[in-house]
Design a protein around this ligand. Structure first.
Ligand code: ASP
Ligand code: ASP
Length: 374
């Protein structure tokens, strides 16, 4: 049970935020891959909110979240089910639970971020954790050393979770090996951004019921996108099929080999936008990451040409299914990868993604703190 915090403190939600069963969407992620025991997490009408961490351990045994690569479909399902329940708290007048009371979450962001850092901070605070933000300026010399020194200093302060964003792929893995607390990857270089893929899966599940069998097009700068990598792994594990679309110059070699046979079987690469969009249920557009190509030869002639060939407009969206949803991890470059009228249309679920971000991060923080205590 979620215990209210001491009477002198802020009032904490008693947990009655489950929506009536009739309004709930199906919660199964992968159909029969989902262990039946997890059904216990579903909140029935008016049911009291039971402590989620107490029911976690059987299906979620991870101490860190450094990449989707480490999770199986069942573990992803546990996170998404818990996020489903936390999503409802955003509509409550008192947006607070006591599950992380007395815990400390450090947001260690070496790379710029507004959205992701704020999302983690709100998630931690909604669970009553103490959230601390640190943004060390990144030293270009000896990055690894600086990171390890910083990590050891943080460890000495006894946090429960460190959320890290770093330009160097593998930085969260290094911290996970060094620190005693739980480590969450909030984006490491061009490698992974696991909570983004999880919030994307939660958004798709809300709109499409389940991910198994969905056709998802991911279009744009695949070469530099940690979002694309994490999504490719997450979506294929959950039974969706992925079409990856970019000009040759923005396609990294070996992308579909990333997760071995599974991603190879369930994904394909195309350089034609119409081909990627044809019959798609979900269209995920990615920003061209200019900050990652500074000093390199241009990968395409100019933004106008990119937009004409790979941009999503009302005309090109017509290739997708009539009920296809449009997603974007943000920040959007309006008029480049996404036409403003599409971004602002009812088909776009971009702000819903942001809102699911908080719920998914609440779930991750709870599960990892439970895990770390075990
Ligand atoms: N870098 C972007 C921002 O800060 C998105 C992100 O944080 O993931 O808004
Ligand atoms: N916000 C995402 C990231 O941090 C995507 C982007 O920046 O374009 O990777």
């Amino acid at each position: 049970m979620v215990r209210p915090v001491a009477t002198a403190g802020p009032r904490v939600n008693s947990g009655r935020y489950g929506r009536p069963r009739a309004q709930r969407r199906p919660t199964s992620t992968t159909g029969d891959e989902f262990p039946t025991g997890r059904r216990g997490l579903t909140v029935s009408a008016g049911a009291r909110y039971s402590h989620p961490v107490a029911t976690r351990s059987a299906s979620f045994a991870h101490r860190h979240l450094v990449g989707i690569a480490d999770l199986d479909a069942a573990a992803i399902g546990v996170i998404l089910d818990l996020a489903d329940r936390h999503q409802a708290i955003a509509a409550e007048p008192v947006k607070k639970l006591a599950t992380l009371r007395g815990k400390t979450v450090i947001n260690l962001f070496f790379e710029n971020s507004t959205r992701t850092r704020t999302s983690f901070e709100i998630a931690a605070k909604r669970l009553s954790a103490d959230a601390v933000n640190i943004s060390p300026s990144q030293s270009s010399a000896a990055k690894g050393e600086t990171l390890l020194d910083t990590a050891k200093n943080l460890d000495a302060m006894g946090p429960d979770v460190v959320v890290v964003r770093h330009a160097m792929g593998g930085a969260p893995h290094l911290l996970a090996r060094t620190l005693r607390c739980a480590v969450v990857n909030a984006g490491d270089g061009q490698h992974e951004h696991p909570t983004q893929a999880l919030l994307d899966a939660a958004t798709m599940r809300r709109h499409k019921g389940q991910l198994a069998g969905l056709e998802v097009a991911i279009v744009g700068d695949l070469a530099h996108s940690r979002v694309a990598r994490s999504n490719l792994l997450c979506l294929t594990k959950l039974g969706a099929r992925v079409r990856l679309c970019a000009p040759w110059t923005l396609l990294p070699p070996g992308l579909t080999e990333l997760g071995g046979d599974l991603t190879r079987e369930r994904s394909r690469i195309t350089t034609r936008l119409e081909d990627a969009l044809d019959g798609a249920d979900v269209v995920m557009m990615l920003r061209v990451q200019h900050e990652r190509t500074a000093g390199e030869a241009p990968r395409f002639a100019n933004p106008r040409e990119f937009s004409r060939t790979y941009g999503l407009s009302a005309r090109t969206l017509a290739y997708a299914k009539p009920d296809a949803i449009v997603m974007h991890p943000g920040p959007i470059n309006r008029g480049v990868e996404l036409a403003p009228d599409v971004a602002d249309s009812g088909r776009a679920v971009i702000l819903e993604q942001v809102s699911w971000g908080v719920a998914v991060r609440m779930a991750v923080l709870e599960l990892l703190t439970g895990s770390a205590e075990a």
